[in-house]
Design a binder for this molecule. Structure first.
Ligand SMILES: [Zn+2]
Length: 447
């Protein structure tokens, strides 16, 4: 499509494109970006022109790590509420994790159940990861053919009994199976033996919780994972990296050509162990938020490309499960709506640009999942955008969050970057905290 089919033109003095940020006019036709032209290019006749002024036009964020928990634990979160929060936060595509819902996404039949529940409720485009558990090696290929984007596994207990972890032999078997059809295995990498050997004191002290999830557990698991990936020539992705000690071995593996990618999360990059109050289990997640020096090293890993992307790992629960005991409280941090401002606040302080943020939070996760029609403002991609006022600030009020349970580790923080509006395939789906009816589409790997 081109020219006369263009129905919408979005102009901004700061459009974030893969070649950098510049004044531009983005022409949209049929939900797709038709052209990115100079700011003052003449709009086609009959097109609606929206001038965003100095507000930044970013590609819509792609969040490949979200626990929606629907159906089965929808009192924790659900597709309607999670995708509202996503839309309000500038996210236009999310991928749902295979566990914490009932059923878990471990068979084609289960995937169909989840798709059916999600379809009428999603405000943003939504797809699914499958799960790799000890009993479902035979289900992996059919799931892939049914459209999951890859497979998640655990190496240590997941926290829910219907989603058991893989031992090293099972890991190798699942990885070989997945590599056989060119799929991607994404891994919660904490080694169970190191966890079992760590002191498990429990109670409200954050220092005790931190000691119970040592860096070595991550480092060892990642080292093993890289070994398997190398031997099997498999593609693996390390989920929610917290231990910066693992960065040198990941960097070395990448240099050697091992097909490994890595994500980290807003909480590891913006919150520190030193500031977590005792008993504040809204800060509990596994692996845990570590010390400030660790956070500095993670930012270095982002800067030098060892860490590929930043995704939320939004993993909510009901308020009553966040007891003040770190051992028994449910682990998971809710940040779907806040990831962009949280990261931008810290990124700007550290001298990074919105080009970097767009790469980490949109282009790289889209590439990871193979969502080639998402993740950048360039012709041919979906017209998915987040409009950000980067210098405006706000203080996080849990009452203004759209996810189901308004528990958040960010309460009371003042953040830079207000999402003015979010656009999905050329339609404004969120504006100043007002959400449209759901128009998201289910995504499959092969659609
Ligand atoms: Zn997760």
């Amino acid at each position: 499509m081109s020219g006369t089919d263009v129905k919408l033109v979005l102009r901004s003095t700061r459009v974030v494109t893969p070649e950098g940020t510049r004044p531009a006019a983005v022409h949209v036709a049929g939900g797709t970006i038709d052209a990115v032209l100079p700011y003052d290019a003449e709009a086609p006749e009959g097109a609606r022109v929206e001038d965003l002024g100095d507000d930044v036009l970013l590609p819509g964020l792609v969040d490949t790590h979200v626990h929606v928990n629907d159906p089965g634990r929808s009192e924790w979160e659900g597709f309607y509420t999670a995708t509202r929060a996503a839309a309000a936060g500038g996210i236009t595509t999310l991928l749902d994790m295979p566990l914490n819902s009932l059923p878990p996404t471990t068979t084609v039949e289960h995937l169909r159940v989840k798709q059916q529940v999600a379809a009428p409720k999603v405000h943003v485009d939504t797809g699914f990861w499958g799960g790799a558990v000890p009993s479902n090696v035979k289900d992996l290929r059919p799931l892939y053919e049914a459209g999951v984007f890859g497979f998640k596994c655990f190496l240590s207990p997941s926290g829910v009994e219907e989603f058991p972890e893989l031992d090293q032999e099972q890991l190798a078997r699942s990885m070989a199976e997945i590599a056989g059809f060119g799929g991607l295995l994404i891994v919660h990498a904490e080694d169970p033996h190191h966890l079992a050997a760590a002191p498990q004191r429990g109670g409200p002290a954050y220092a005790d919780f931190l000691a119970s999830r040592p860096r070595d557990a991550e480092n060892t698991a990642i080292e093993g994972l890289i070994g398997h990936a190398k031997r099997l020539n498999a593609r693996v992705h390390v989920l929610h990296l917290s231990s910066s000690d693992a960065l040198p071995l990941i960097a070395a593996a990448k240099r050697e050509g091992v097909r490994v990618t890595v994500e980290s999360c807003p909480h590891f990059l913006t919150l520190t162990a030193e500031e977590v109050p005792d008993g504040a289990t809204e800060f509990k997640c596994c692996p845990p938020i570590r010390e400030a020096a660790n956070q500095d090293a993670l930012w270095q890993g982002l800067a030098d490309g060892t860490i590929d992307c930043i995704v939320s790992d939004h993993s909510p629960c009901t308020t009553d499960l966040k007891t003040p005991d770190f051992a028994s409280a449910w682990g998971g941090i809710s940040s779907l709506q806040l990831g962009l401002p949280a990261i931008w606040t810290e990124a700007r302080r550290r001298g990074h640009s919105l080009d970097d943020v767009a790469r980490w939070m949109s282009a790289a996760p889209a590439a990871l999942a193979g969502l080639h029609h998402k993740g950048a403002i360039e012709p041919g991609r979906d017209a998915d955008f987040a409009v950000l006022a980067p210098d405006a600030t706000f203080t996080v009020d849990p009452a203004e969050l759209f996810h189901r349970n308004q528990v958040t580790a960010y309460a009371g923080r003042t953040l830079h970057g207000v999402v003015r509006s979010t656009w999905l395939r050329g339609v404004r789906i969120a504006a100043e905290g007002v959400l449209a009816e759901p128009t998201g589409r289910l995504q499959t790997r092969n659609n």
